[in-house]
Design a protein around this ligand. Structure first.
Ligand SMILES: Nc1ncnc2c1ncn2[C@@H]1O[C@H](COP(=O)(O)OP(=O)(O)OP(=O)(O)O)[C@@H](O)[C@H]1O
Ligand SMILES: Nc1ncnc2c1ncn2[C@@H]1O[C@H](COP(=O)(O)OP(=O)(O)OP(=O)(O)O)[C@@H](O)[C@H]1O
Ligand SMILES: [Mg+2]
Ligand SMILES: [Mg+2]
Lengths: 257, 257
């Protein structure tokens, strides 16, 4: 019974896409069948695994607006065994306005994914930098949420708002939603600011913060230009290893290893 | 007659807020009276200049939904002489859905700013990482747009969509809208990827790219935690100097120096 995890933070550029793709690739490398759903109209996750959003016959947008479609039709294979993708589409930009008067508009993604969740061990949803309808759909569809927190000052400011939104979703739309954890990203041990942010976040959120931190690592930012996760570009790199460690930590927390 | 410049890019974390605040502070340091409008519900620009969005009596949201308000009432002083701010408000998150059936909803910000533009030499609008209604309002209100482009792979992917959106705005909502320029941000001369992005962007967009590049510089990311622009934290830092150079380049392009 696949676990659905949303990767969300309305702050831009904190490592949501990098986390979604590299964590998924790590879980796949550990033989867990994993699906990434690209719920960001920028379609960065789709291109990060080497796919072209324009070539996808169907996207998560189609599944949300047309419940008769079989979600399996939207699933694409990637270069990585056990890693699959449902692509994004630019039409997601208009979905919020299009669905203004639609009943249960927050549950469209949950309904779309319910028919296929049993075929995967994990389903990771990459969200856009916003708390709008599509991200709310992802949080309503998810069993838990991973919050990437960049080791920068602005990253702290937005956390309160995000956790408030998660509380509202838990009360009104998805009682089961848990916080899988906060993951510190782009950590540079040499920077005083980064160490300050780590101290603040661990002090405030305690064991809800993963032990594993993702260091700033050039292979993580180069991998998308090759259309592959970092584990395929350079499995020995600090970036790839850190995401493998994160995968293992999540598996332990879920008693799967 | 103040020039209104939108700082926009739907890709998250590329340096929109850092550019809006530090460019504005540099223009103010050169004795140009400058107003920053924070059109991002994250309110990062507002806190970057040391203000608390919750304490602002009025925000850009109020001016947009209530045309009878005098925009001067929303203007706040900052620690920097000649630098002023109109704060953001979390209510911006709901504006897109609230204004679905409102006539001329794309022109609300332009109308709100028209009464005060004469009082400033420059008005910079910090946009959120999206191409939704608020960013469209900013592009409709603006005379020109500055596009921060992070020296990373994903930054290139989104440029096409942004430039398409700008073309549509020029055709339908704002014929006068020009591209002030693309500014390369977080440039690290040691990284092959960064140099590749610089080459690609300069090759493709030629003289629409500013000569001035903004280097990755720790003072730029520390300054927000002190509630001030980098020029106040450390005017000699590479980050502060690069934004002063950008200000001078823009002034030259506009025959103001
Ligand atoms: N640990 C890291 N080390 C180095 N570069 C990184 C790291 N994590 C992410 N990056 C780079 O930083 C940029 C931002 O990361 P990413 O695009 O994953 O963030 P995001 O939160 O998905 O952004 P958006 O808000 O636009 O969706 C990308 O160019 C990415 O390649
Ligand atoms: N040149 C730079 N050198 C070092 N750090 C930088 C630089 N420019 C921006 N930063 C830092 O990188 C992060 C992202 O920058 P910023 O918040 O300005 O981007 P943004 O485009 O406004 O993000 P959003 O899409 O969330 O609005 C911030 O923590 C900022 O302090
Ligand atoms: Mg992303
Ligand atoms: Mg910003």
């Amino acid at each position: 019974m696949g676990k659905i995890i949303a990767i969300a933070n309305q702050k831009g550029g904190v490592g949501k896409t990098t986390t979604a793709v590299n964590l998924a690739a790590s879980l796949a490398a550990l033989d867990f069948k994993t699906l990434v759903v690209d719920a960001d109209p920028q379609a960065n996750s789709t291109s990060h695994v080497g796919l072209d959003p324009k070539e996808a016959a169907m996207s998560i947008y189609d599944l949300m607006v047309n419940p008769d479609l079989a979600p399996q039709e939207a699933v694409l294979e990637t270069e990585v065994k056990d890693l699959f993708m449902i692509a994004s589409n630019i039409d997601l930009v208009g979905a919020e306005v299009e669905m203004v008067n639609v009943e249960n508009r927050e549950e469209k993604m949950r309904n779309a994914l319910s028919a296929i969740r049993g075929e995967y061990d994990f389903i990771l949803i990459d969200c856009s930098p916003s708390l709008g309808l599509i991200t709310i759909n992802a949080l309503t569809a998810a069993d838990s949420v991973i919050v990437p927190v960049q080791c920068e000052y602005f990253a702290l400011e937005g956390l309160g708002k995000l956790l408030n939104t998660i509380k509202i979703i838990q009360q009104r739309l998805n009682k089961e939603l848990q916080i899988e954890g906060l993951v510190l990203t782009m950590y540079d041990v040499r920077l005083r600011l980064a160490n300050q942010v780590v101290e603040d976040v661990r002090g405030h959120f305690k064991d809800r913060v993963f032990e594993t931190m993702i260091p700033r690592n050039i292979k993580l930012s180069e991998a998308p230009s090759f259309g592959m996760p970092a584990i395929m570009l350079d499995a020995e790199s600090k970036g790839a290893v850190s995401y493998l460690n994160l995968a293992n930590e999540i598996l332990q927390r879920n008693d799967l290893v």
